[in-house]
Design a protein around this ligand. Structure first.
Ligand code: RB5
Length: 144
């Protein structure tokens, strides 16, 4: 696995899964920074998405994980930040290929859409999968 430095965030709709993912990261000694939200109180997901996205772009973290109710708002907001390739994943195949082909640097999850164990499997695969480069690099370069 590459040297991971994860930035994680959620709104109130993704708070529980954020805490579960943090438990996963802690158990594996994967360095992370929690950019909120820190309570179940309602908050605005675009603020959290921007904080995580900007941290990834700064290089202080090399992967971002964002959770909201659906994952949709987080992915729309994160993808507004130049250089972010945020992938909303609801299955493990998409998680793997978002890394291998798209070099996704942010993973988005929907707490109200998928089960907790699937979410953790997606995180596990997404963090462990490297970018394949080659023809996929050419395509990602076109996006950038
Ligand atoms: C919050 O109610 C909900 O809109 C948010 O978590 C997310 O699903 C937005 O895309």
């Amino acid at each position: 696995m590459e040297d991971l430095k994860v930035a994680i965030g959620s709104d109130h709709g993704g708070f529980l899964y954020k805490e579960k993912i943090i438990d996963y990261l802690k158990a594996r000694n994967i360095p992370y920074v929690d950019l909120g939200t820190l309570t179940r109180e309602a908050c605005d997901y675009p603020e959290i998405a921007r904080a995580v996205a900007e941290r990834v772009i700064s290089g202080k973290s090399n992967r971002g994980i964002l959770v909201c109710g659906t994952g949709i708002g987080m992915s729309i907001a994160a993808n507004k930040v130049r250089g972010i390739r945020a992938a909303l994943c609801g299955d493990t195949y998409s998680a793997r290929v978002s890394r291998a082909h798209n070099n996704a640097n942010v993973l988005c999850l929907g707490e109200r859409v998928i089960g907790e164990h699937l979410a953790l499997d997606i995180v596990d695969i997404w963090l462990k999968t490297g970018f394949e480069g080659g023809r996929h690099k050419r395509r990602v370069d076109i996006i950038e």
